[in-house]
Design a protein around this ligand. Sequence first.
Ligand code: HEM
Length: 532
Amino acid sequence: MSSLLLYILCFSIVLLAPFLFWNTSAKRKLPLPPGPPRLPIIGNIHQAPKSHAWLKYYVWGKIYGPVVYLNMLGQPIVVLNTSSAAHDLLAKRGGTFSDRPRFIVAAEMALKGMHMLLRPYDERFKLHQKLENLVLCTRSANTYLPFQEFETKQLLYDLLLGGGGSRQVCHGFFERTTASVIYALFYGFRVKTSSDPVLVAAHSVNHEFDQLAQVGKYLVDSIPLLNTLPPFMAPWKAEAERHWGRQRSLHVGNLQRGYESDGWNFAKAMRNYIDQESIEMPIEELALDVGIMADAALDATTETLMWFVVGCITADQIWVSKAQHHLDTVVGQHRLPTFADRPKLPYIDAIVEEVLRWRPAGPAGVPHYTKVESTYNGYLIPAHSVVIANHWSITRDQSVFGSNVEEFEPERWLCSAGEESETTLRALPTIGFGYGRRACPGQHVARNILWITIARILWAFDIEPGLDEDGKPTIIDSMACTDGLVSKPLPFSASFKPRGDWARNVIQNECSTHDSDFVGILAKIGGDLGSN
Ligand code: HEM
């Protein structure tokens, strides 16, 4: 054991040496960005937030400004708190700021470097980005609208029958809807309930991955040379290998199911491209690309919808009645809203943008990384910095979004040139989907799912907090959420009451879809994309 400690100490010194040297040489250059005072060697580690880091970064941003510097045991961290700082560095200097920090156990060993979110910014990443763009670009996303209309019908039906009286029930219905859109498009099969084995397996594998990716769990993540230890001294090697087995079987299984499904899907479209271009790619690599993309899509989209529900039952209700008034005027009471109504319903787009701003599902984004030293606004950004676009601060920038940033106010996204002219979306910075070359490739698909779901829910239901045991409305804390890459509202209860017999009738007559033909919709998408 003592020899292991000695080993660790030696490697720590080897690892820290460049930073110690860098610290002295940097003093001769530009200053580091401002930040909370650091202690020698440990830097800011004693102030490191234990959870919900985005809230602490926001407070630091208020004190120290748009770019905040932290040092965690030698690891430089740069937090960006405004859209313009995030655009300047992550988008305009995308060639430099598009890498990801290393997760040696979780990403490199357990996922063999094939986790799309955590891939280094290299040629292989660009190839995968191209493959993803094939199925996620605006043009492709627009062909998926009929499928999103189809699945949101079922959501209304489920909510009507289930009432959404407890959070579990209501969350499950929303999760089923996003999951079914995603799994049908990706692999050609629908998800009929939130306890579908494919979803249960995905949750279980993702939970295990999150454990492996916990910062500080494995010393080898900070001291890579520890990986030279023999397996009996390095238990993480076996853990990583076991996890790889589970990931492989889940994603390869889904991919093969996709190949065998009827109709068009992402798995087939991506495989066809690989074949046409004679690209060499093992089945695991494509399977993980599609599978990790599905995981990234599912949680962020479902939880954004849950934040919408929280907004409906905790924030000022005026925007809900305004939206319902718009929907009644444009759509009426005899049919469901469809995407064809979208040009006349900018208020719903404004609600989508406001949910993404009010409660960004990825409040601290996904960390970027730079391998080279740069400067910004007179400050030095050291090489090997982790760079965080803190969405929580960015969405609360009063100079961009106005003074009432804590309020849920769709109007901030709208403008009209005069009394008679049409209301349109204001050109504010788009938020919630990250920046630059790592920005979310699924944002067109996501925005469409959010739009049609929100439009239909508001058209059909009045949403209220669920009742407690004494029959009184429960008090919901709209700030209460989980920690992690995706922040989920803590369990709450909500009830969905049809706005009238007219809504109930339309839902009962048109919205039960489990026996409907969905393969035909997928085949039509393939036809529209010219790839059936
Ligand atoms: C409301 C829903 C969503 C939100 C809020 C969201 C947000 C994000 C954010 C913040 C990032 C990191 C960007 C960065 O590093 O700068 C990201 C990455 C990603 N998202 Fe989304 N996302 C959503 C839905 C989706 C959907 C529907 C898909 C796929 C269909 C998707 C696929 C991905 C992928 C593959 C990445 C990794 C990109 C990379 O590392 O290069 N996301 N997303």
